[in-house]
Design a protein around this ligand. Structure first.
Ligand SMILES: *Cc1c(COP(=O)(O)O)cnc(C)c1O
Length: 438
């Protein structure tokens, strides 16, 4: 009997198909070859018929996108969603990314032809948005900013920190481990729930490198609590000549009344911090970045440290960050401030089209910001079984599964995408009605 595997089309014949050759113009030859081989292997294993190889290769080539990162419509109501890449960029920041993709004057003064300070425009934008800062340095992310500051100010010396602020910020990532890795000796003061100014002043001495305040960005301690504020700490630190550092996490540039407990860079500097540290892709709503702002002499000390080169921000980050700060309201801010009445109207339009119910649903800031702060809103309630086909559909929609229901919250979805959400939900519901369908 003939081995059907002999009927599998040969590699050279498949590579010569016009559509495959066209794809080879935008994909590397190796990637195209691997796609072809993978389909041939499926035929060898008997998973598809040899006669289907050609059409499967064409489908694989057509479905191959430039990056395998898939865009997701975030219907969870969680604004800064760590697993979805935190902040979605504003239109201005997206355009800036594209502009910066080629050669750009990131470190060159075009007027004189001389080398210039790297990222001067991003720095100027942040200084304008945060007037209390004398200088700003942008690095790879918040953790890098903290490592750079702890290394430059406290390696081989004591880093004084409140015991209640030694936090785990996500997926086993613990700030005390990070700080210890810099060679700073952690000098913990106070207790889990209460730490007083006197605890700090008793610890500060000739061996102190810096004092660090960390904002507990993803939990809240309530009840019998006390902490020393930046304002209280700044006097003793200044007298002792010790830098006071504040890791704020979230990256608000100015106070936001919706998030009363969330510190902002400008206020923290005004309150007495010498340096503040924040992330670019949390409440600031920009690209992944770490922002260090404050006293010019300290920023210069950090910028001169050899580690600064290892954690520096790339041109794409600098471009997107500048655009985020100078353009109005990024998507993160819009989602946090979304009008509940408008959210309800959109949810009702979707629910009516689907014959589903609208339920009250609180969104959340997420991603280490505004812990416990509910963002009142609405969601469309679907059967729980809709969640999986929504996730794997096209477009992919991530819903919130809660109490045996699949909740679709439109807070983090631009209104222009509502029709795509509706189409995606219809497809998902059809897939659960006919599970055998492809
Ligand atoms: C998020 C966070 C960090 C880490 O910032 P990344 O940008 O994620 O590296 C550090 N400290 C605090 C308090 C945070 O909330």
């Amino acid at each position: 009997m003939d081995d059907p595997r002999r009927d599998i089309p040969r590699t050279d014949r498949l590579l010569a198909l016009p559509a495959v050759r066209a794809a080879a113009a935008s994909l590397s030859a190796r990637v195209v070859r691997d796609l072809v081989r993978a389909v041939q292997d499926r035929a060898r294993r008997g998973e598809i018929a040899p006669s289907a190889v050609e059409s499967e290769v064409l489908a694989a080539v057509a479905g191959r996108s430039r990056s395998s990162l898939r865009p997701v419509l975030n219907a969870t109501g969680i604004v800064v969603h760590t697993n979805l890449g935190r902040a979605p960029l504003s239109a201005a920041a997206r355009a800036a990314l594209a502009d910066a993709a080629g050669y750009v004057d990131v470190e060159l003064d075009l007027a004189t032809g001389a080398r210039s300070r790297r990222g001067a425009a991003a720095r100027a934008a942040l200084l304008a948005a945060c007037p209390a800062a004398e200088d700003v340095l942008v690095v790879n992310n918040g953790a890098a900013a903290l490592v750079l500051a702890a290394t430059a100010l406290s390696a081989g010396a004591e880093l004084v920190v409140g015991r209640g602020e030694l936090i785990e910020i996500g997926a086993g990532f613990r700030l005390p481990d990070l700080l210890t890795s810099t060679g700073a000796h952690l000098r913990e003061v106070g207790t889990t729930n209460r730490t007083h100014l006197a605890d700090y002043t008793a610890a500060i001495g000739p061996g102190t490198g810096c004092v660090l305040k960390i904002h507990p960005s993803n939990f809240r301690i309530t009840g019998f609590t006390a902490e020393a504020t930046l304002g209280e700490l700044s006097g003793p630190c200044r007298e002792a000549g010790i830098p006071l550092l504040a890791d704020l996490g979230s990256g608000l540039l100015a106070p936001d009344p919706v998030l009363p407990d969330e510190p902002d860079l400008d206020s923290a500097l005004r309150a007495g911090a010498d340096l503040v540290i924040a992330s670019g892709d949390k409440l600031l709503g920009g690209p992944q970045a770490g922002i260090i702002a404050g006293r010019a002499d300290l920023v210069a000390r950090l910028a001169r440290h050899p580690l600064a080169r290892a954690v520096r921000a790339d041109k794409l980050t600098l471009a997107a960050l500048e655009a985020t700060v100078t353009a109005g309201r990024p998507p993160v801010t819009a989602a946090i401030h979304a009008d509940p009445a408008a959210l309800r109207e959109r949810a009702e339009r979707l629910a009516t089209a689907l014959d589903a119910a609208v339920v009250a649903h609180d969104g959340r800031v997420g991603g280490g910001g505004g812990p416990g702060v509910p963002l009142p809103g609405w969601a469309v309630a679907l059967p729980e079984a809709a969640a999986a086909p929504l996730r794997t559909g096209d477009p992919a929609v991530l819903s919130r599964v809660h109490d045996g229901r699949c909740l679709v919250d439109l807070r983090c979805i631009p209104p222009a995408e509502d029709d795509r959400v509706l189409a995606a939900v219809r497809t998902a519901l059809a897939r659960i009605a006919r599970p055998e369908a492809p």
